[in-house]
Design a protein around this ligand. Structure first.
Ligand SMILES: [Mn+2]
Length: 485
C-alpha cells in the first residue's frame, strides 16, 4: 500500500484505529498472563501486527505492544514515503517546535489522579506491568518516557530507560551516562532529589522523538512537536515542575533519590543478552495520573519496536554526520542482525579511490556503538541483507579492503567485549573496549569492459505479470498427471 505525503499521526488512539482498520492490530483473548505469556504473544506477532491485550492478568487496564514494529509504519505515521524517513526525522531534530502548556482540565492524562503520600496507593495494583524475558528480575516498565528538568536551566530532557518495579512506591532505573545522568549528578551533588515524570502510552512520533541524538539543552518533546507539525500540548505534573505530554495515557510522577542505590536487573536487553544485576538509582513515586480508560504500552525488549526506535534516530544522526564531510554519502542503515546499533551499511556515490575508508572512519567517529561498517555503491539496496552480502562477495578482498582498528571504545552491552577479563566484569572504564571493522565493498571506478557490469535482463522491471500470465491454467498446456506417460 502506498502512503504518500499524508498528514502525520499525532495521537496514539488515532494511530491504533488506523492500524485496526488495515488489519494491523490483533485483539488478543482477554486475560493472558502478565508474566511471559503477554510478551511471548507480542513477540510472535512482532513486525506483522500490533497486539492489544484486554484484562491482562485480570487487570482492568489493557496493554498494547508493537505498534511501531516496521520501518514502513513509522514513515506512515510521519506521513512521508519510507525513502524520506531519515531526512524527515533529521529536519525535525534540527528545527524543534516549542511545546504549548495546557490547563489540567484540558489534559486527558490528568483525568484520574492517584496520590501515593502515606502509602495511599500501590503501583503494582495500579498498572499491568509485564515480566518479559526468562531471567528478568521481575516486572519492568519498558516504554516509559523519563522526563526531567536540568536543575540549572529548567530545560527538559526525555529518554526511555528500563524501569524495574521495586515495591509499592519504588522503582529501580538504569541511567546510562547521558543527559538524565548529568541532571541527576548535578542534583545529587547538592544532596537534592531530581524530579522526574514517566509518560507511558504516547503517540509513535513522540516515542521516536525521545530517542533523538540531540544536544543536552534540547527538550525532545520539541522534536515531537516538529514531527507533529504543531506544538505538543503539555501539562505540568501535579506534584512537581516537570511538563508531560497532555495526551499521554499514563504518567508516573516521582523523584530520583540522592545517595540511594538498590539492586536492579538482570534484564534482557537489545543485544538479546542479559545485563547484570547491579546497584542502581531509585525513584520514589509521588503520584500516578492517567486517562479515564488508559492503555499501558510495553515494548518487548530486543524486538522490532525496540530496535527501530533506537535505529531511526541514530541513522538520521549518522547520515547527517557523514554528509557534512562526504556529501556523496547517499544513505545509511543499521542492520537488524547487528542489533540496530553495531553494524552500519553506508551507501556511497564514490568519486575517488580510497574514499570508502575515509567514510568508515567517519562512521566510527559518529557513534561509539558502531562496530562494523560496510561501504557499498549506489546500486546496492542497503536494506536488503542479500544485496549487501553480494557486494562483499564480489567487490571486496580482505587483504586490500579490510580495516581493523584495535582497542577502541564500543558498546558496554556487547558481551564479546568482556572476553579476556578472566571471568571478572570489566571495571567501568574498560566496559565496551573492543575493535572496529570496516569493509570497503565498492567496485573500482575504472575497470575493463563488463567486469563489474551487473547482469540485468532488459524489460525485467517493466513486466506486467497480470498481463503476461495467461488466464488459462498451465495444466492444459502440460497435461494432467493421468494423461502423463
Ligand atoms: Mn537528550
Amino acid at each position: 500500500m502506498a502512503h504518500l505525503h499524508t498528514a502525520a499521526h499525532t495521537s496514539l488512539r488515532g494511530w491504533l484505529r488506523h492500524l485496526a482498520a488495515s488489519d494491523r492490530l490483533a485483539a488478543i483473548r482477554p486475560g493472558v498472563a502478565l508474566e511471559h505469556e503477554l510478551a511471548a504473544i507480542a513477540k510472535r506477532l512482532d513486525g506483522r501486527q500490533a497486539a492489544l491485550f484486554p484484562h491482562p492478568g485480570g487487570h482492568p487496564m489493557p496493554v498494547i505492544s508493537g505498534f511501531m514494529s516496521r520501518r514502513a509504519w513509522i514513515a506512515e505515521a510521519m506521513g512521508v514515503p519510507e525513502a524520506r524517513l531519515l531526512q524527515h526525522f533529521r529536519a525535525a531534530a534540527e528545527k524543534p517546535l516549542a511545546w504549548r502548556e495546557v490547563d489540567p482540565a484540558a489534559a486527558p492524562v490528568q483525568q484520574i489522579v492517584h496520590r501515593f503520600a502515606g502509602g495511599a496507593a500501590d503501583i503494582r495494583a495500579l498498572l499491568p506491568v509485564p515480566t518479559h524475558s526468562e531471567h528478568d528480575h521481575g516486572a519492568y516498565i519498558t516504554a516509559g518516557l523519563v522526563i526531567a528538568r536540568n536543575p540549572r536551566t529548567g530545560v527538559q530532557n526525555v529518554s526511555i530507560n528500563r524501569i524495574q518495579i521495586h515495591g509499592p512506591d519504588r522503582l529501580g532505573i538504569l541511567i546510562l551516562p547521558r543527559h538524565l545522568h548529568a541532571f541527576f549528578a548535578a542534583a545529587e551533588a547538592q544532596d537534592e532529589a531530581l524530579e522526574v515524570a514517566i509518560a507511558i502510552g504516547v503517540d509513535p512520533l513522540t516515542a521516536l522523538a525521545s530517542q533523538a541524538i540531540a544536544p543536552i539543552d534540547c527538550d525532545e518533546l520539541e522534536i515531537a512537536g516538529a514531527l507533529h507539525g504543531q506544538p505538543l500540548p503539555v501539562v505540568k505534573c501535579l506534584t512537581n515542575q516537570v511538563r508531560v505530554p497532555a495526551e499521554a495515557e499514563i504518567v508516573i510522577e516521582g523523584r530520583l533519590l540522592p545517595r540511594v542505590r538498590e539492586p536492579e536487573g538482570p534484564f534482557g536487553e537489545f543485544p538479546k543478552y542479559y545485563s547484570a544485576r547491579e546497584e542502581r538509582e531509585v525513584i520514589a513515586i509521588d503520584a500516578v495520573t492517567h486517562r479515564r480508560d488508559p492503555v499501558f504500552h510495553t515494548i518487548v525488549p530486543a524486538e522490532m519496536e525496540h530496535l527501530l526506535l533506537g535505529a531511526i534516530p541514530r541513522e538520521a544522526t549518522l547520515l547527517a554526520h557523514l554528509q557534512r564531510s562526504f556529501p556523496n554519502v547517499t544513505d545509511v542503515h543499521l542492520t537488524v542482525g547487528g542489533v540496530a546499533r553495531y553494524h552500519l551499511v553506508v551507501q556511497l556515490r564514490k568519486t575517488r579511490e580510497g574514499q570508502a575508508k575515509n567514510v568508515m572512519l567517519g562512521a566510527f567517529a559518529g557513534h561509539y556503538d558502531v562496530k562494523q561498517v560496510i561501504v557499498v555503491d549506489e546500486d546496492v539496496d542497503i536494506h536488503d541483507a542479500n544485496e549487501v552480502e553480494w557486494a562483499v562477495a564480489t567487490r571486496f578482498q580482505a587483504d586490500r579492503d579490510l580495516v581493523v582498528i584495535a582497542g577502541a571504545q564500543g558498546s558496554a552491552l556487547d558481551p564479546s567485549t568482556t572476553v579476556g577479563f578472566a571471568g571478572n566484569k570489566p571495571s567501568p572504564e574498560w566496559q565496551g573496549y573492543g575493535a572496529k571493522m570496516g569493509l570497503d565493498a565498492t567496485k573500482p571506478l575504472a575497470s575493463a569492459e563488463h567486469v563489474f557490469t551487473r547482469v540485468r535482463i532488459p524489460g525485467e522491471r517493466d513486466v506486467d505479470l497480470a498481463q503476461a500470465v495467461a488466464a488459462t491454467g498451465a495444466a492444459a498446456l502440460v497435461g494432467t498427471p493421468l494423461q502423463a506417460e
